[in-house]
Design a binder for this molecule. Structure first.
Ligand code: HEC
Length: 218
C-alpha cells in the first residue's frame, strides 16, 4: 500500500518534470530560431559574396578593394552615400559640415579641406600632408573608421559590406573633374581595361563568343 502510494507520487513527479523540461526545450527552440532573424548578419553573409565570408573568417581582415571596384556601381554608391550626407558635402567648393567637404577626395592629401578642424589622429595620419587618400586607405577607413584610425573624430560605425564600400568609393572617385585611375593591382579588371582600349579587342571578343557556342553544341 505504502510503496504503491510512493510509486504513484514518484510517477506523478516524473510526469510533471517531463512536461516542464519539454516546455522549456520547446521554448528554447523557439527562441533560438527567432533570434538570428532579428540580427541581420545571416542575411548579409548570404548575399552571394564569398569575399565577405573570407574577410570575416580571417578575423575581420578587409578585402582588397581593386577587384571589388571593377564591378562597383557609382549609382549604388550615390545611394549608399545618404549615410554620409548629414556630415559631408561632395560638390566642388562645398561647405564643410560636421565633416570636411569630399570633392576630389581620392588621391587628395589627407586632412586637407580648407578651414576644417581635423582631429590630431587625422593630421598625424596625414604625415604633414605627405600622404594621400589612396583606395586601400579609403577602404580601411570606411570599413571601420575608429578601428582604422584610432581617435578620429568621424562618428560613423563604418560600411561593413564589401560591395557597398566599393560602391561608395567608386562614387567618391567620380566626384572629380579628373577621376583618379582605378587601382591596377593584380586585378583581371586591369587586363580587361587595356584589352578594350586596344584595336585587337574585337578579335578577342569574337573568339570569346565562339567558345560558349562550341561547348553548347557538344
Ligand atoms: C557623424 C558625421 C559623419 C558621418 C556620418 C560620416 N563622416 Fe566622414 N568625417 C566626419 C568627420 C568629423 C571627419 C574628420 C575626422 C577627423 O578629423 O578625425 C570625417 C572625415 C572623412 C574623410 C577624410 C577627409 C579628409 O579630408 O581627409 C573621409 C574620406 C570621409 N570622412 C568619408 C565619409 C564617408 C564616405 C561617409 C559615409 C559612408 C562618412 N564619411 C560619414 C564625419 C562624418
Amino acid at each position: 500500500m505504502n510503496s504503491s502510494y510512493i510509486n504513484a507520487a514518484v510517477g506523478a513527479f516524473l510526469a510533471v518534470a517531463f512536461v516542464v523540461m519539454t516546455v522549456s526545450i520547446a521554448s528554447d527552440a523557439i527562441f533560438s530560431s527567432g533570434h538570428p532573424e532579428a540580427e541581420g548578419w545571416a542575411l548579409e553573409a548570404g548575399e552571394g559574396l564569398p569575399g565577405s565570408a573570407t574577410a570575416e573568417a580571417s578575423g575581420g581582415g578587409i578585402e582588397p578593394i581593386a577587384p571589388l571596384l571593377a564591378s562597383a556601381s557609382v549609382e549604388g554608391g550615390q545611394r549608399a552615400f545618404r549615410k554620409c550626407q548629414a556630415c559631408h558635402t561632395v560638390d566642388e567648393g562645398g561647405a564643410n559640415r560636421v565633416g570636411p567637404n569630399l570633392w576630389d577626395i581620392v588621391d587628395r592629401p589627407i586632412a586637407a579641406a580648407d578651414g576644417f578642424g581635423y582631429s590630431t589622429a587625422m593630421t598625424d595620419y596625414a604625415e604633414g600632408g605627405e600622404k594621400k587618400w589612396d583606395y586601400e586607405d579609403l577602404n580601411g577607413f570606411l570599413a571601420a573608421p575608429k578601428k582604422f584610425m584610432k581617435g578620429t573624430a568621424m562618428g560613423f560605425a563604418g560600411l561593413k559590406k564589401d560591395t557597398e564600400r566599393a560602391d561608395v568609393i567608386a562614387y567618391l572617385r567620380s566626384l572629380s573633374s579628373e577621376p583618379a585611375p582605378l587601382p591596377s593591382a593584380d586585378a583581371p579588371a586591369a587586363a580587361e581595361e587595356t584589352a578594350s582600349e586596344e584595336p585587337a579587342s574585337d578579335e578577342a571578343a569574337s573568339s570569346e563568343e565562339e567558345k560558349p557556342a562550341e561547348t553548347a553544341t557538344e
